[in-house]
Design a protein around this ligand. Sequence first.
Ligand code: SF4
Ligand code: SF4
Length: 336
Amino acid sequence: MPQIITEQNLRNLIDLLVKEAKLVVGPKLSGSVVLYEPLTAGADLTLDALPRRSSKELFFPICEDILSYKRENGAMKVKDVDRSKFPEAVLIGAPPCDAGSPAILDAVMSWDYKDEFYLERRRKSTIVGIACTKGDDACFCRAVGLAPDAEAGSDLFLTPLKDGSYACNAVTEKGQALVAAHQNLFAEGAGAEPKPFVDQAVAKLDLVKIKKWLEEHFENPLWEKIADICVGCGACAFICPACHCFDINDEGSTDDGVRRKHWDACGFAKFTNHASGHNPRDVQNKRYRNRIMHKFKYYDDKFGKTLCTGCGRCIRACPVGIDIAEILETINTKQD
Ligand code: SF4
Ligand code: SF4
């Protein structure tokens, strides 16, 4: 039987989760922009706009310590971060282009090397996704196989209804457990009509055709044409729910410091710089080519998934107007 939750009860649910000492993260007005931030009460939740940055930060923080070291009486003492202290968390109000990204990233984070920092946060998180009734010209989730009402990645999925309430579908056991623990906030029933979902300008892309073109056109004048203007700022990677490159540095002195993991981006000139000084991606268009290849060929080769949810953030953020959806449409229509 479908379940319904009113908007007030959704906010009450957040209040209860906060009281249960859960870390509740959701879209919140922060200054003049909406960001995913810890919610201290149900009243904090805003579902009026797509948050400027993605929700990957809940699982994969911008920067985090992974160990600390200190020389004591001549011996180096190393202390690991205690991951058991990571809080139980609920991500609430994430549209499919964000809710769906951990399901894509799980593959690489649990591949040859298990990233226990990411995986521990994933184990302790429940994702409450929401169908997208907002959006703008940059959105293209449908074109990459998602949709404004795609449940992939969500544990509990909410569909906004015309009367202001939400139809709820518990997609996973975590979602079922969340509902069961707060059953008094949910009512049985089909509810009102759903609100209309977002319209999108980009036609569905043939991702198989795009991948084949990429395989055959590693060298192609298109790369200079579209990417010589890239300034390598890395904004597209940092803002992306699916980009996941990071660097590890020791910060401090040789006697006392921390080992720290922080985001990196293949758009940066030094990303592939060898110790010898040789850089296989010596010009910017080669770096941008890697971005497209990684998302639409290499990740699919390894994991059978596309590394893009069509959220459109990189299009909105790029200071020189590089539009990944336009590039994919160009490749999609190529005959050679
Ligand atoms: S590549 Fe761009 S559109 Fe695709 S998920 Fe990343 S930020 Fe969103
Ligand atoms: S945001 Fe634009 S300019 Fe900056 S690295 Fe990405 S594509 Fe290049």
